[in-house]
Design a binder for this molecule. Structure first.
Ligand code: 5GP
Ligand code: MG
Length: 180
């Protein structure tokens, strides 16, 4: 079976590309004069980060780029309730302006926890940016400073987001259509 046969596209490649360009412009307007440090939360944000930093370059921002590895969902769709930090940033964040990038804000636990970590390591400012937001699922009171798309409470895949490790490579955001 072709990998896309059971996927129903929710946000197209073009819509994502247009929105990423807008996000980069919005971020540029808020940044200070020093080069920012973009920190992507792996694994889900890798594709978004790759596009966002190129969009930042296009609007004249030259960021340093690093990643943290965090785990919350594991291999299941239910949130485990805790956020595991597998790898912290390698670049020293002290005194830096950070743009923390994640794929989606769901319960908010991942973003809240990672913002705390980066601030505790001495970052002067942390901007948060998420491609997707599911506000109806929130446990922790947090909003990203920059949000690509607000979506209803559906489990989505593609553009870096997985279901049991699969579908990350889809260039769009989709819902899995279980009826086939
Ligand atoms: P939070 O800590 O906000 O509950 O969850 C954030 C993480 O949960 C995201 O980075 C993502 O890995 C995962 N997640 C939340 N909602 C979805 C979804 O609809 N699809 C996928 N594939 N992952 C999700
Ligand atoms: Mg994630």
């Amino acid at each position: 079976m072709a990998p896309r046969e059971n996927l129903k596209i929710m946000i197209t490649q073009t819509e994502i590309a247009d929105r990423v360009s807008e996000l980069a412009l919005g971020i540029k307007e808020r940044l200070g004069p020093e080069p920012p440090l973009v920190i992507g939360l792996l694994t889900g944000s890798f594709m978004f980060v790759a596009d966002l930093i190129r969009a930042l370059h296009t609007v004249g921002v030259n960021p340093e780029v690093d990643f943290m590895i965090v785990a919350s969902y594991r291999d299941k769709r239910d949130h485990s309730g805790s956020v595991e930090i597998i790898e912290e940033p390698k670049v020293d964040v002290a005194g830096r302006e950070i743009v923390l990038v994640d794929d989606i804000v769901d319960t908010g636990k991942t973003l809240a926890r990672t913002v705390d970590i980066v601030l505790s390591k001495g970052a002067t400012k942390v901007w948060t940016c998420a491609l997707l937001d599911k506000p109806s699922r929130r446990d922790v009171k947090i909003e990203a400073d920059f949000t690509g798309f607000t979506i209803e409470n559906r489990f989505v895949v593609g553009y870096g987001l997985d279901d049991g490790g699969l579908y990350r490579s889809a260039p769009y955001i989709a819902i899995i259509n279980s009826s086939g």
